[in-house]
Design a protein around this ligand. Structure first.
Ligand SMILES: Nc1ncnc2c1ncn2[C@@H]1O[C@H](COP(=O)(O)OP(=O)(O)O)[C@@H](O)[C@H]1O
Ligand SMILES: Cc1ncc(COP(=O)(O)OP(=O)(O)O)c(N)n1
Length: 275
């Protein structure tokens, strides 16, 4: 019997502390049985307390990584994370277009938890013009959605207006993440496919260990898309994946510990053993 290996590519920055960026993405792919590949856009010196340094990779080096992958290992889904400047964004968008890659998840990473900028201000327009229109799914958090739309997001009505503005920028699906919301009870992500609004609600977990939640969530969406799941189903499954990863997050380091990438499978295995 032949077996088709599912493959996904992350185009993102490296987090030396292993909780976010490329490292979180590859751990997520691995846990979801997807062969993971990477094109590194920047190296960060980072740990659970914050970002100590950012070193962007030369554009030529980024494109060569992408070309090497396309030549030999074409991916079934792609996730983009930290892209840092407009030159990198435009070069990456050019390749995504030329290679006609499908199942693109854009996580519009802007600022790390401790406040360090992971995207220069000059790059916001490039992100909007060149990358968002290529995306199957985009996953802004509330501060990122505010920057992309230029509006303040406080009320439910603001969220819906912002989602519709983001949708008009060209992605097929917008997921406005609720991790930064003031709601104490639930973390609600709002999904819009250009037609229907769907709310995905989970109980808010009280923990300081949420480093890498956005990266893990978006790479889980990419992994499920690579497996052939429909976008809405991919987002629902990714929400379950991140919920388990936060519930069982790792209390390591002096700051915000990382999420636990193997929690989802452990939870599912234990459910199967008890049924
Ligand atoms: N404390 C929490 N409890 C439950 N879910 C959370 C919590 N914090 C974040 N999430 C979920 O994690 C995912 C990433 O959201 P968010 O933290 O807003 O992203 P980012 O890391 O980009 O800021 C979303 O699905 C969000 O609902
Ligand atoms: C290299 C790198 N890329 C992205 C991020 C942001 O990750 P995120 O999942 O949003 O997590 P926090 O920074 O909020 O913990 C990053 N920190 N580093």
């Amino acid at each position: 019997m032949s077996y088709k290996q599912t493959m996904a590519l992350t185009i993102a920055g490296s987090d030396s502390g292993g909780g976010a960026g490329i490292q979180a993405d590859l751990k997520t792919f691995q846990e979801l049985n997807v062969y993971g590949m990477s094109a590194i856009t920047a190296v960060t010196a980072q740990n659970t307390t914050g970002v100590q340094g950012v070193y962007p990779v030369e554009v030529e080096g980024i494109l060569q990584q992408i070309d090497s992958i396309q030549e030999d290992l074409p991916p079934h889904a792609i996730k983009t994370g930290m892209l840092f400047n407009s030159e990198i964004i435009e070069a990456v968008a050019g390749r995504l277009k030329n290679y006609e890659w499908k199942n693109i998840v854009v996580d519009p990473v802007m600022i790390a938890k401790g406040g360090a900028p992971l995207l220069l201000e000059e790059a916001v327009n490039s992100l909007k013009e060149h990358l968002l229109p290529l995306a199957e799914v985009i996953t802004p958090n509330i501060p990122e959605a505010e920057v992309l739309t230029g509006m303040e997001i406080k009320t439910y009505e603001d969220k819906i207006n912002a989602i519709k503005i983001l949708s008009s920028m060209g992605p097929k699906m917008v997921v406005l993440k609720g991790g930064h919301d003031a709601d104490d009870e639930e973390s609600v992500d709002i999904v819009y496919d250009g037609d229907t609004i769907t709310e995905l609600r989970t109980s808010r977990i009280q923990t300081k260990n949420t480093h890498g939640t956005g990266c893990t969530f978006s790479s889980a969406i990419a992994a499920f898309l690579a497996q052939g799941k429909a976008p809405m189903e991919a987002v629902r499954l990714a929400k379950a994946f991140i919920q388990a990863a936060i519930e069982d997050s790792l209390d390591i380091g002096k700051g915000h510990g990382p999420t636990n990438h193997w929690a989802f499978n452990r939870k599912n295995r234990s459910r199967e053993n008890h049924s």
